[in-house]
Design a protein around this ligand. Sequence first.
Ligand code: NAI
Length: 391
Amino acid sequence: MTSNTSNKRPLRLGMVGGGKGAYIGNIHRIAARQDGSWQLVAGAFDVDAAQGHAFAAAEGLDPSRSYGDYKAMIAGELAREDRIDAVAICTPNFTHFPISKAFLEAGFEVICEKPLTATLEDAIELEKLVRESGRFMGVTYTYSGYPMVHEARQMVAAGQLGKIRTVQVEYPLEWMATAIESEGNAQAAWRTDPKKNGRGGSIGDIGTHAYHLAGFVSGLKLESLTADLATFVEGRALDDNAHVMLRYEGGARGLLWSSQVALGSSNGVRLRVFGEKASLTWFQEQPNELIHAKLNGRTELIKRGADDLSEAAKVRTRTPPGHPEGYLEAFANLYAGYAEAIRARRDGRAPTAIGIDIPTAYDGLKGVAFVDAVVDSAQAASQGWLTPIAV
Ligand code: NAI
């Protein structure tokens, strides 16, 4: 890429999507800024070019680096010595594939939102392209940025829970409990359109987060699944509630629930992992804590910032215990990890702890494959449903 070494300066970030009124792009910007590893220098922020330029101006970007679309951005950045190091793709799902592909082929590193793509075919092709291109591609599974999630992963890997028996994971939300997609809510509109969102409604939007989190902490590999999808809001083309039973390699079982119609739930991501010796519980509304319950013994509350936590948790911690950290810091940990992974690659060295165990294109592919299997399972005729005899 560029001649000036990326280790002596912040990495230059471009963004596609994330313009005025968009949700996740702003979170990316806050996260990227937090540790000084990144500097936002270019963007094609909106599907509407004029709005994108207005947004870039409000962000204080050099007008020559505000682009009308992502193709112009690639051409414009390639022509510069100080071109971006990576692009963050914060657009609706169906655009992830063409935009990521174009940036990878032009030689840029990519940070892309989940789900990786809207179709399994695209995900397979993209992941292959990442491997063959030698470029880095991160996929922002937010919950794996939390220090206490890393602590849980380390505890499971160290055998503190013994052999894992069952994993229970849920991601309930309420914001789509009514047909807001037909009342002008743009974010709900693309999420309920199979062409723009992909085949999985709640399961693709938030079930993928839950699936990644469960596998990330438990270290278990999925063997098979069976699923029950429901659409509770009338007229909606995709599921808004999913129950999935999981069988992991080695015999462990899992249960995953995602819902966009769970009244009273606002991003209540919850993970419970039960082993032969102990269990762990993590709840994102109290993300600084991990509950560790031992067989016939004490239940301990492990707090972020404690001296005896793993290196993986410590490097993702900024403030002393008691000062809460949360979602924005977790997202910043992903960005810090991506910066370190990219720098380490360019230096030809192994990444330090912050750049290890970060979600990449391969995790993105696994997520899309999961969603595809869930929808196939739910549509299959013989699912083993039985009606008990009347008693
Ligand atoms: P949004 O609808 O709020 O924003 C989408 C933005 O992309 C808008 O600014 C729109 O103008 C722009 N856009 C659309 N097509 C474009 C194109 N071709 N070129 C340039 N800009 C374009 O969407 P939201 O909720 O921010 O979701 C975006 C992505 O982020 C989705 O893939 C979603 O699944 C993911 N997401 C991830 C979250 C996480 O926790 N990691 C949370 C929320 C969303």
